[in-house]
Design a protein around this ligand. Structure first.
Ligand code: MSP
Length: 510
């Protein structure tokens, strides 16, 4: 058993959460749940990024003080995560005093180590990205991501000597081949470093909404510079009651592909400059797209995509919590882009959930309730389903291990498919009560028991319900996987009832 510290990016509080933000969070949640199932010491952190110009502009536009605005918006993230059954251990807000304290300590250490100096910054800035562009990297003075006109900036700023870390970063990448996954994203970060690193401006005098620079009270830190440090704040960096040694560098940062440079170049360099190890692992995911366009709060504000219909809470009201979670985890491989659609959710729901999983549970419970006296029989040792089940456990383990929930769920569903085929073959609904029927149903119940364990990171509430329906005591996550995953442990203690369908089919128009 190991240690697993998983983080989501912290979300900007310029607007409410949407399905794109839910994507990062549900994936991180499922990974955290898997590691808890393994028995790992697990810590799952999410939160909100509340400083910066984008957020203070949003507050002003809405006629609110920044403090009041971020408090309201941050609450909307918590509500969305509650609706999606997100099991975070800590929710960080960057306006909290604990964060200001850690940021000042961390950047103070970099300053003391001689990697921060003062100079004049001149360049182009995109508020939506909270990022700088050179003229060459822009589209004729427009942001390459948002298309908006970039703002010319000139300020006396404090700079971080990022250029001093080029060689050390390359060496770190060479020595830690899986520091960044998938490999394509690792190569992207690596080539960026190889292309040469420029020092970066890390403070502002033009805004006051930020963490104060401890050695110069005219300045606040640039939002990205404070935001990245949240991963250390949550484990108490710079505080007496901190647990940095327990959780660092065992961190796994799950991030979207547009923030690679910050997490895979700046952040490890910042850690080195402060005298810490870089994080253990960064996994980069793609975007959910609608009609080929990234789903983002900024675009919605510009009228590009209508988000009100696809707020996480409206989705869970429409399809149920676990089906939405399942869709986000199963539809695309965590690393590629994927097209998001309501039809796509309905399709997955009807095929994988109603036809496969729901049908399996319902068939088995109906036969056991009517023909086996309501009690679940035991599985046979030499069942043909045994090796399929063992393969599913291996496949799921490998999938979750590699940050690939899609393949973990595919492996899990292969057991559902094989069990449904096994039932088709034996047609227990046509068999007489007796030992032969009991043998078939015992095998099927055991397969369902294992499915409920393996699918629990994706669909925790549904799996608890399946566990109860097949007459088991406790929950699928009560024992660690190494104990619960071997074949033949089904011991029903309760009566099995037919029950209402777990996933009533959705009618798709057209
Ligand atoms: N505040 C920064 C992160 C700081 S982390 C130290 C930020 N915030 S964000 O709200 O703009 O984005 C947060 C995460 O949501 C990113 O990983 C981003 O990729 C993800 N998503 C936002 N829209 C998305 C999609 N349409 N699809 C998938 N994820 C996307 O960046």
């Amino acid at each position: 058993m190991g240690r697993f510290y998983i983080t989501t990016p912290i979300y900007y509080t310029n607007d409410a959460p949407h399905v794109g933000s839910a994507y990062s969070t549900v994936n991180a949640d499922a990974l955290a749940r898997w590691h808890r199932l393994l028995g790992d010491d697990t810590k799952f952190l999410t939160g909100t990024d509340e400083h910066g110009q984008k957020v203070s502009d949003a507050a002003r536009k809405n006629g609110a003080e920044p403090q009041e605005w971020v408090a309201q918006t941050s609450l909307r993230f918590r509500e969305a995560w509650d609706a999606l059954n997100i099991s975070y251990d800590d929710f960080i807000r960057t306006t909290e005093p604990r964060h200001h304290q850690s940021v000042q300590k961390f950047l103070g250490a970099i300053y003391d180590n001689g990697f921060i100096y003062k100079d004049v910054y001149q360049g182009l800035y995109c508020v939506s990205c909270e990022d700088y562009y050179t003229l060459e990297a822009s589209n004729d003075g427009r942001c390459p991501i948002h298309g908006s006109v970039l703002t010319e900036m000139q300020e006396e700023n404090w700079f971080f000597r990022l250029s001093a870390f080029e060689d050390r970063l390359l060496e770190y990448y060479d020595q830690h081949p899986s520091f960044v996954t998938p490999e394509t994203k690792r190569n992207e970060a690596y080539s960026f470093i190889k292309g040469g690193l420029k020092d970066i401006s890390i403070t502002r005098t033009s805004i006051s909404w930020g963490v104060k620079v401890p050695w110069d009270d005219q300045h606040v830190f640039y939002v990205w510079y404070d935001a990245l440090i949240n991963y250390l704040t949550a484990i108490g960096y710079g505080r007496d009651d901190g647990e940095v040694e327990a959780w660092w560098p065992y961190s796994n940062h799950l991030i979207g592909k547009e923030i690679i440079r910050f997490h895979c170049v700046w952040w490890p360099a910042m850690c080195m400059a402060a005298g810490l190890e870089p994080p253990a692992h960064v996994h980069v995911h793609g975007w959910l797209l609608i009609g080929g366009q990234k789903l983002s709060k900024t675009m919605a504000a510009e009228g590009g995509v209508k988000l009100t219909d696809i707020a996480p809470v409206s989705l869970t009201n429409e399809f149920g919590v676990d089906p939405v979670r399942y869709y986000l985890l199963r539809e695309t491989s965590l690393g590629n882009d994927g097209e998001f659609s309501l039809e796509g959710i309905a399709h997955r729901y009807n095929t994988d959930l109603a036809n496969n999983l729901g049908n399996l549970v319902s068939r088995v419970c109906t036969v056991v309730a009517t023909k086996c006296g309501g009690r679940g029989p035991l599985a046979s040792n030499d069942s043909v389903l045994r090796s399929v089940a063992e393969g599913a456990v291996r496949g799921a383990t490998e999938g979750w291990e590699k940050f690939n929930p899609q393949s973990a769920l595919e492996a899990t569903w292969s057991l559902i498919g094989a069990t449904n085929a096994y039932l088709e073959e034996h047609a227990p609904w046509k068999m007489e009560s007796g030992v032969e029927l009991d043998a078939v149903m015992g095998d099927a119940l055991e397969a369902i028991r294992l499915v409920a364990i393996l699918a629990s990171p994706a669909m925790p509430a549904v799996c608890d319900e399946i566990w109860r329906r097949i007459g088991l005591a406790g929950t699928p996550t009560e024992s660690v996987l190494s104990v619960s995953s071997s074949w033949g442990q089904y011991r029903g203690v309760g009566a099995i009832e037919k029950g209402a369908p777990l996933f009533p089919r959705i009618k798709i128009d057209g």
